[in-house]
Design a protein around this ligand. Structure first.
Ligand code: AMP
Length: 540
């Protein structure tokens, strides 16, 4: 027997329609790339998204076409996503931090038909446009008077949109239709395309909005520093309009001072970004004696959040940290570290031990750890294994069938992360499986060592890599970027770490550098770091 409930396909336009009807005046605030602060609201975003949809259709775009965006977080980027999805086309976010050749490779793989681009990135497009034969039109997010001279035929977004009246009906189609596309960073081999569907984006947005997850409400003022080009904007482009939360977009300025200005002037209550962004903010706060009176919580994910960062936010600035873990392939949310009641009952130290974990899964994510033979491992907080996941917003394949080996017969996706699960269901990442250090047959977590080292007051950033060792296979080398004006000695760092980790985990050496290489999504680029230190050997 079938249930007698209505068919209501989970299509993205329902989200922006909901926001426009129920939260029409709620603001969407952006630092405009052209300069100044721009203010609009959900009603206007919906109305302009309809014009984008109408314009795309007029330009010959249709169901399944890939429409690329190379842009910062702004209102225009948001309305483009909804306009693109509204005709069943696919927003394809490009990461401007990749090399131009990589961007061209990705655009060709995706066969992008049109491109929406911010003024900042026009030099990239000029360098690659003739290498992407599928590209028919380039629309620049700007007023006509700000359109730059170019050898390319560039069109001003505002001029393009002003010719449309928005008298347009959203298209209906199957909820499993592709809605968005984002390539993985490709740290091993070519990048792989992840294809979100309308259904997965909506289920993921709902899951992210659970109180124990992002827990957004219409009273929240959300500043997503995480770019829309990184892992589907961590669901914020869906979960904020679903709840009617105010959106505050940082535009092109992501340095500590600019983020501080947006957080305080626009009174953000919740914000989200990778740890490197928060390092810059904390540094700025320290130098300028800043305060964060309105900010209630900060979501930190994309890379492990050090204990010292959690302590700084919570103890110095009174901001709750929600450590989070996810992947492009998971839409991306996999876990958030909010406290269950059994954690509330623990003492402060034990609670801090929980806070550094990546968290527990939302409904929609099934998680398990296994050994190399795919046998389930216990949730005892000690045993590490391969972390595998399954759910309605988890990829079942990559674009063009790549990476088949990452998906098993039962539909689980192997995340490539090594982790533990504890008896309360909290997951803790030990390492990427390719970064973990194997010393004398045992594993050393580079993440634990890095997190401990950045707790030293003179350390800005730390990375640990394995160096070949004649007796132990590999031993850890600690690479450090000191804080401005500081020059700590290796012995000081090591003695700071002593007693806080097992003796045999202690790094065999400490090296100081001006900069640690990062990937396009702000993670430490261990491949490059290992190359940089490929001839390095310990003398004992
Ligand atoms: P991406 O798809 O670029 O978001 O990268 C996903 C990968 O980032 C994961 O598989 C993890 O290795 C890493 N990652 C994300 N969040 C965290 C976290 N909170 N702690 C440690 N690693 C993380």
């Amino acid at each position: 027997m079938q249930g007698l409930m209505q068919e209501w396909p989970l299509l993205a336009y329902k989200v922006i329609e909901h926001a426009a009807l129920n939260h029409p005046n709620r603001e969407v605030i952006s630092r405009s790339v052209e300069g100044g602060i721009h203010r609009t609201n959900y009603l206007d975003v919906r109305n302009r998204a309809l014009k984008v949809a109408q314009g795309l259709e007029k330009d010959g775009c249709k169901l399944g076409d890939r429409i690329a965006t190379l842009a910062w977080n702004t209102w225009r980027h948001l309305e483009s996503w909804y306009g693109i999805m509204g005709i069943g086309a696919i927003y394809h976010t490009l990461n401007p931090r990749l090399f131009p050749e990589q961007i061209a490779w990705i655009m060709n793989d995706a066969e992008d038909k049109m491109l929406f681009v911010d003024l900042t990135f026009i030099p990239i497009v000029e360098a690659i446009a003739d290498k992407v034969p599928s590209l028919e039109k380039i629309i620049v997010y700007c007023e006509p008077e700000n359109l730059p001279e170019s050898k390319l035929n560039l069109i001003s977004y505002e001029a393009w949109i002003s010719e449309l009246d928005g008298d347009f009906k959203w298209h209906d189609f199957d909820e499993n239709t592709a809605a968005g596309m984002c390539y993985t960073s490709g740290t091993t081999g070519d990048p792989k395309g992840v294809l979100y569907s309308h259904r997965s984006n909506i289920l993921h947005g709902l899951a992210a909005n659970q109180v124990d997850m992002l827990g957004l409400s219409s009273r929240d003022r959300l500043l997503p520093v995480v770019p829309m080009f990184h892992a589907n904007a961590w669901s914020t482009a869906f979960s904020a309009p679903m709840t009617g939360a105010t959106l505050i977009f940082p535009g092109a300025q992501m340095d500590g001072a600019s983020i501080y200005e947006m957080l305080t002037k626009e009174r953000a209550t919740v914000t989200a970004a990778v740890p490197t962004v928060w390092l810059m903010l904390l540094d700025h706060l320290e130098k300028d004696d800043g305060k964060l009176p309105d900010l209630e919580r900060v979501v930190i994910g994309g890379a492990a959040c050090p204990r010292s960062m959690i302590e700084a936010f919570q103890n110095k600035y009174g901001v709750k940290v929600c450590h989070a873990w996810g992947m492009t392939e998971m839409s991306p949310l996999g876990a958030i570290c909010t406290f269950k009641p059994e954690i509330d009952a623990m003492d402060k130290d034990a609670q801090m031990d929980i806070s550094v974990k990546q968290g527990h899964a939302p409904f929609t994510v099934e998680m398990k750890i296994t050994d190399d033979e795919n046998n389930d491992l216990p949730w005892d907080g000690k045993t590490f294994g391969r972390l595998k996941v399954r759910g309605p917003a988890v990829a079942k394949s990559y674009f063009k069938g790549r990476g088949k080996e990452d998906f098993d017969a039962n539909g689980f996706f192997d995340t490539g992360d090594v982790s533990t699960m504890d008896e309360h269901g909290y997951m803790q990442i030990t390492d990427r499986s390719k970064d973990v250090i194997k010393s004398g047959g045992e594993w050393i977590s580079t993440i634990d060592l890095e997190n401990l080292a950045v707790g030293h007051p003179d350390v800005m950033e730390a990375a640990v890599i394995g160096i070949p060792h004649p007796k132990w296979d590999e031993r850890p080398l600690l690479v450090i970027v000191p804080k401005e004006g500081k020059s700590p000695k290796p012995e000081e760092i090591l003695s700071f770490m002593e007693g806080k980790i097992a003796k045999w985990w202690m790094p065999n050496g400490v090296e100081f550098v001006d900069e640690i290489p990062h990937t396009a999504t702000g993670k430490i680029q261990k491949i490059d770091l290992r190359k940089q230190f490929s001839d390095y050997r310990f003398n004992k």
